[in-house]
Design a protein around this ligand. Structure first.
Ligand SMILES: Cc1cc2nc3c(=O)[nH]c(=O)nc-3n(C[C@H](O)[C@H](O)[C@H](O)COP(=O)(O)OP(=O)(O)OC[C@H]3O[C@@H](n4cnc5c(N)ncnc54)[C@H](O)[C@@H]3O)c2cc1C
Length: 250
């Protein structure tokens, strides 16, 4: 984000129209005496949270990536209410299952874990203690977790058997050949933040993005895509190299 002052109003350029850029635009446009413009390189706003329509007849855009909110994601829940998108938000308790040896096993609660038939009680208790440590540690040492590898740490503390049967397949499914490079902080965050109930927007996250963009525009900001302008590509030490881009303005 960069800003300059002219005629009393602070002119602010926000590079990137993902959720972070749109939220910054919404907040800054509401702060008063500021002209806020979002410069977005892509064909639409929303960044990773955007959706797409394969056909005009689709009632909803399909998300490029699957998204949900945890019920303890308080900041985005508050923002959702502030931008009058509360009517879009639905909370559900989806069934989360692990596919193992041709059958599906729900594993989203301690009871379900204890019922899992392919681990001994000793393995399950050891795994439960490790998960409890990650979830309920009052002051989680996540900075230290950032320097540890999930694959090594989990195999060591959960044991090869529980890790190999339940967690390694999940890491491999998500990260493919890079699963051994994932740090423990990533895994910890999945366990620590996870809530059984999850939030979804009717119309997908694209609907939320649209309301956020509309909210920023209503406050006097400009946002959108498809208009020509200039932007920069990040270089070493934060310098920007200028190049043609799409300027957001509507
Ligand atoms: C597979 C997947 C699943 C996820 N699931 C969830 C989930 O369930 N729940 C959740 O809360 N989060 C989830 N996330 C994370 C979430 O999508 C991101 O944290 C969030 O969308 C990031 O928003 P952002 O604005 O910071 O960045 P981005 O969404 O990356 O937006 C950055 C924008 O800047 C633009 N840009 C980049 N460089 C330039 C430039 N030089 N000039 C102009 N524009 C530029 C890009 O085109 C883009 O539109 C998931 C992410 C992925 C990949």
């Amino acid at each position: 984000m960069t800003g300059s002052q002219q005629d009393g109003a602070v002119r602010i350029a926000i590079i990137g129209g993902g959720v972070a850029g749109l939220t910054a635009a919404y907040e800054l446009a509401g702060a008063g005496n500021a002209q806020v413009h979002i410069f977005e390189n892509g064909p639409e706003l929303g960044g990773l949270a955007a959706g797409f329509r394969g056909r005009e007849s689709w009632a909803w855009p399909l998300e490029k990536f699957y998204h949900h909110l945890f019920t303890n994601d308080y900041d985005i829940m508050r923002l959702t209410e502030t931008i009058d998108a509360g009517d879009l938000l639905e909370i559900h308790r989806p069934s989360t299952v692990m596919h193992h040896r041709g059958a599906n096993y729900p594993l989203d609660s301690p009871t379900h874990m204890l019922r899992f038939p392919h681990l001994s009680m000793a393995h399950k208790l050891r795994m439960g203690m490790v998960l409890a440590y990650l979830k309920y540690h009052p002051r989680p040492p996540w900075r230290a977790f950032d320097r540890l590898l999930a694959d090594e740490w989990l195999a060591r503390w959960m044991g090869e058997t529980a890790y190999g049967k339940l967690w390694q397949p999940m890491l491999e499914g998500k990260f493919g050949p890079h699963f051994q490079d994932v740090n423990l902080a990533w895994f910890w965050a999945r366990v620590y933040k996870r809530t059984p109930r999850l939030g979804y927007y009717r119309g997908g996250f694209q609907a939320f993005v649209d309301r956020l963009g509309a909210g920023a525009r209503a406050r006097g900001g400009t946002s959108g895509a498809h208009a020509p302008g200039r932007a920069g590509r990040p270089r070493a030490r934060g310098a920007l190299r200028s190049r043609r881009m799409r300027r957001c303005g509507r």
